[in-house]
Design a binder for this molecule. Structure first.
Ligand code: NAP
Length: 551
């Protein structure tokens, strides 16, 4: 028996750290790590000790018994083995242990409360005499963990339990419902802490830049995600679900998330923590077909193979695959290819053979670029220019074919990536959508010098790529820089006592307040056999968070 990593893998790599035979790759210190869709266990090297199973925060690792994996996981056995067939690089050097304890006390502010922020705080608290204050604009912590991960992927949120434990530690405080740049300035923070880490993520969306993008009925997928996940700023939005077809532009995991939520049987979503307003709207949805548009070929789709396998495992809707694009790819593909992206096409082939005539369907269409969102007053469809594959063997590229078509739809969701916003008082590279930095140290773009005491982690540091666990390693690198700057005397001591923050920020919610909100949500959820019933009204959250707030 060996072990196999499955679709829940969050790339956090806790399994790598405990594996005694180093059979899980890519490791965070290997170059492939940042772009890996998931981690893989080498079936030849695994000794079946199970240490990785216990370390995984999201229960992604299963045992492959001699008579094969359970049917739901059998593709993952092949996928894990395929990574090594492709020639994974053997470990270049032993895993480096993170060393060094803080000798003199250190006070750090962390701005943001998503995965990168919480991993950073956790690592700092482990470093010795460090106290951490976390600042978050919303009344509850979590960032994309709460408002980005799809409600039917509760397992992906497994790391929440680790973060909840971290938030109870004595040197940790939270200032929720506080917007840095509005309620408190970056300068005021810099005066009160040795260092400030900005881990504010990416809350806006990229634009397509085509005519019709702002027509009624055309939305960014990030808004739709925030709406169904109960983000307070999006609770009042409405999405027209009256048409039979929706088009999702983009081919990443967000595109698959929104397509799956639109296609899913509402009764299955009712068991999740989806916002009640979204569930109600989806119950009366007329949408029967969701067409997901990729501008490149099937092997270059940005969605990951694990998420594709998960999509096709649903029995409440069909997944229909654009077989012409697959045939075009097969005609050019190298015969001997064992690449992981070619394996993605194998999975698409298997899906194509399965479609069963259900009431709702997700159509995966490739080689089509959006040219215009058409409609007089509102969205009526999307004009697509058709692409074709050129090249051969291991170098296959899309090119415009000159043909175009219009796909009728009343709803268009643009899922072409997230984008970070600037924080007032912090340098920002608007072109790249990141804070200019070197290994997590913020750089002043005018002077090219390091901004003393300012750091970044997560998507605001490197751009909106990678799943939750990758942010752990981004945060670790940043903390390494911060601790070495502290040890070298490069940080300035605080000049103002942060004890004044309670007076300065009278509307803030602390950790106890956040727990009161969470308890209210989970209690309501338990009564309905759901993980939680999300509160979407900020005023209600503030009421619950007040000492002695009503239950
Ligand atoms: P993404 O992975 O960067 O995908 C963006 C997609 O938009 C790509 O298919 C891209 O095509 C397409 N695109 C960009 N500009 C376009 C244009 N002008 N016209 C047509 N298509 C265009 O972004 P994402 O889906 O927002 O995901 C962000 C990150 O979060 C990813 O790393 C993702 O894996 C992660 N995530 C993970 C999960 C999960 O694990 N369950 C869920 C959600 C998100 P090209 O490839 O051709 O550029």
């Amino acid at each position: 028996m060996v072990h196999v990593i499955t679709e829940r893998c969050c790339n956090e790599a806790s399994c790598v750290a405990v594996c005694p035979v180093d059979c899980i790759h890519p490791r965070p210190d290997e170059p492939e790590y940042l772009t890996a869709e998931m981690l893989y266990i080498d079936p030849q090297a695994c000794i079946d000790c199970g240490a990785c199973v216990a370390a995984c925060p999201v229960d992604a690792i299963v045992a492959d018994f001699e008579d094969g994996l359970p049917k739901t996981f059998d593709q993952f056995g092949e996928l894990n083995a395929r990574y090594y067939a492709e020639g994974a690089t053997p470990p270049a050097s032993p895993l480096t242990t993170r060393g060094g304890k803080v000798a003199t006390s250190l006070r750090v502010a962390v701005v943001g409360s998503g995965p990168a922020a919480q991993y950073a705080a956790s690592e700092l608290l482990d470093a010795g005499d460090v106290s951490v204050d976390m600042f978050e604009r919303l009344p509850v912590p979590g960032g994309l963990l709460r408002y980005g991960v799809a409600p039917d992927h509760e397992g992906t949120k497994g790391v929440q339990a680790t973060f909840a434990r971290m938030r109870r530690r004595p040197n940790f405080r939270m200032f929720l419902n506080v917007e840095v740049g509005v309620d408190i300035t970056a300068e005021q923070l810099a005066e009160r802490y040795h260092a400030v880490i900005y881990a504010v993520g990416a809350r806006s969306d990229r634009r397509l830049g085509i005519p019709g993008e702002d027509l009624e009925g055309s939305h960014s997928a990030t808004d739709f995600v925030s709406w169904y996940n109960g983000h307070p700023d999006f609770a009042d939005r409405s999405f027209d679900l009256s048409g039979e077809r929706a088009v999702v532009v983009g081919n990443g995991n967000v595109a698959l998330d929104v397509a799956r939520i639109l296609a899913a049987e509402p009764d299955t979503l009712a068991k999740t923590d989806i916002a009640d307003h979204a569930l109600e709207a989806l119950r009366s949805s007329n949408i029967r077909e969701i067409v997901v548009i990729g501008r490149r070929g099937p092997a270059e789709a940005a969605f990951t193979t694990p998420e594709l396998i998960d999509l096709a495992a649903h029995d409440d809707f069909d997944v229909v695959v654009d077989v012409d694009s697959i045939a075009a790819f097969r005609a050019l593909q190298a015969e001997d290819s064992l690449s992981l992206s070619d394996y993605k096409v194998n999975v698409l082939d298997q899906i194509a053979a399965k479609a069963a005539g259900r009431d709702r369907r997700v159509v995966l269409k490739f080689l089509a670029s959006p040219e215009e969102i058409v409609g007089a007053e509102r969205v009526e469809g999307v004009r697509l220019s058709r692409n074709e594959l050129t090249g051969d063997g291991h170098s296959i590229q899309p090119a415009a074919s000159g043909d175009s078509e219009v796909l009728d739809a009343r709803l268009v969701l643009r899922a072409v990536g997230y984008r970070s916003d600037a924080v007032e008082g912090v340098p920002f590279d608007a072109q790249r959508g990141v804070v200019p930095n070197e290994d997590g140290r913020v750089i002043d773009p005018d002077t090219g010098e390091v901004v003393t005491g300012a750091y970044v982690a997560g998507w605001i540091r490197r751009g909106p790529t990678g799943g939750i666990g990758v942010n752990k390693h981004s945060a670790l690198e940043t903390i390494d820089m911060l601790l070495s700057d502290h040890a070298a005397g490069r940080l300035r001591a605080p000049v103002v006592d942060a004890a004044d923050l309670a007076q300065l920020l009278p509307g803030h919610i602390d950790a106890a307040g956040a727990r009161a909100i969470e308890e209210s949500e989970t209690t309501a959820g338990a009564a309905q056999a759901r993980p939680r019933v999300k509160i979407v009204d900020t005023r209600r959250m503030l009421e619950l968070a007040r000492p002695g707030g009503s239950a």
